[in-house]
Ligand binder design. Structure first.
Ligand SMILES: Cc1ncc(COP(=O)(O)O)c(C=O)c1O
Length: 413
């Protein structure tokens, strides 16, 4: 039997109009339109910067019974095939700006990467644990600054993702630990290195500033999508689907839209890999809890058992639905995006990238999920935004799924 999608409505978010906790207000204040505009200005100063495409899939929307479906294609982000570099690059830049006692808004990228800046800040080694995409972004940013990076990957990580990090000049290894253990390991390495700085996309007591900057970095993507939607005549999407590992990305997108649209904020659904659904469990528990274990998932980027607290505050207050999606949901999304109906442009979307589209399609196509579809109010008037957060970051695995049918999503078994 095919594993089912699980879901929970966040009643608290539905009931609350005001932000009720100080912690949530603090997290949301990182993601105001003014703050995000500053971050976007930083990203725009990077010479290779271009907004990634927002693809409108009219054929697929019609087949699914939606008004429209937009997919933000992050495979184009800085040539790195995933959105994650937005966070790592901004956090590293902010760290350097702080060391120099400068405001990031007044530190042009050309100066940031100059030998003079390198000489002023001295040698730094940036440490991070990663499934691949975040580490590649940190390594890329460190390399640009003439700095070092040490990247540790969880057991079972893909060799090609490791090679891609090494090719950015990092010292990178695949460890025998899971993601959460690898985070503790890099923390220890950095503590024992007088020049070490952890650039992690999750937080712990006493370590919230850098994760906050990383979230701010991701928000550039939400601001771009918002602008692109406006340019296409959409004032605001009705529904946004955001996939989550630690949840920093989901929190960034939710925070941006909550600040920008207030009461008219789109209905946001968090989508996790069923094997690592810590946020889904957290919303049921009413507090942030871990999903410990070493389960297998094709969604390597979402394989995190512990959520990011800074982001959780935003999601718990504002996100309306939390879902736990088995691998077939993502595999379905990948295949649909690779071969959409005539007239739609294909999107090359990897395992962690396609789960939002796979979920939307399943909710619309399968009556088994009508309750969730109705609870969300998804239908003919819905304007849906999904983010394909990565392309084929593991090309062999991508082909196994899209060409050879690995991880079947059909309902016939
Ligand atoms: C491609 C991709 N999508 C989504 C995510 C989830 O981001 P977060 O861990 O901030 O929830 C990741 C995390 O590594 C990722 O690599």
């Amino acid at each position: 039997m095919r594993e089912r999608i699980k879901w929970a409505a966040n009643e608290q978010a539905a009931a609350r109009r005001e932000v009720s906790s100080q912690a949530a207000a603090a997290s949301l204040s990182l993601l105001t339109t003014e703050q995000v505009a500053r971050v976007s200005t930083f990203h725009a100063s990077i010479p290779e910067y271009e907004p990634t495409p927002l693809v409108r899939l009219d054929g697929l929307a019609a087949q699914l019974g939606l008004k429209s479906l937009y997919v933000k294609d992050e495979s184009y982000r800085f040539g790195l095939n995933a959105f994650k570099v937005l966070g790592g690059s901004y956090a590293v830049a902010r760290h350097i700006a702080e060391r120099l006692g400068r405001d990031i808004a007044e530190l042009p990228y050309a100066e940031l990467v100059s030998p003079a800046t390198r000489a002023a800040v001295g040698q730094i080694t940036f440490y991070s644990a990663t499934d691949g995409n975040h580490g590649r972004g940190v390594a890329w940013a460190a390399n640009r600054l003439g700095q070092k990076s040490v990247i540790c990957m969880p057991v079972g990580s893909s060799q090609i993702r490791l090679e891609n990090i090494r090719s950015e000049g990092a010292t990178a290894t695949i460890t025998d630990m899971n993601y959460d253990e690898a985070v503790l390991y890099v923390k220890e390495l950095a503590e024992n290195d007088p020049n070490g700085v952890v650039v992690q996309d999750t937080d712990w007591p006493g370590y919230t500033q850098i994760p906050g900057w990383i979230m701010q970095g991701y928000a550039t993507l939400a601001a771009e999508a918002d602008m692109q939607l406006h340019a296409d005549g959409v004032s605001c999407p009705t529904h946004v689907f955001v996939q989550a590992g630690v949840g920093a990305f989901a929190g960034a997108v939710q925070g941006y839209f909550a600040n920008a649209y207030g009461e008219d904020c789109p209905i946001t659904t968090v989508v996790e890999a069923a094997a690592y659904d810590c946020l889904f469990r957290s919303v049921l528990a009413g507090e942030l809890v871990a999903a410990s274990g070493e389960w297998d998932t094709i969604m390597a980027g979402l394989a995190c058992g512990e959520g990011c607290g800074v982001s959780w505050e935003v999601l718990h207050e504002k996100a309306r639905f939390f879902t736990s999606a088995p691998d077939w949901v993502s595999a379905r999304g990948m295949r649909m995006l690779a071969a959409p109906p005539a007239g739609d442009a294909p999107v090359k979307s990897g395992e962690s990238g396609a789960v939002g589209v796979g979920l939307v399609a399943t909710l619309m196509l399968e009556d088994e999920y009508h309750k969730l579809r109705e609870a969300m109010g998804l239908g003919a008037d819905s304007v849906v935004l999904c983010v394909s957060t990565e392309g084929d970051t593991d090309p062999q695995r991508y082909r196994d799924i899209v060409w050879d049918g690995y991880c079947p999503s059909g309902n016939w078994d």
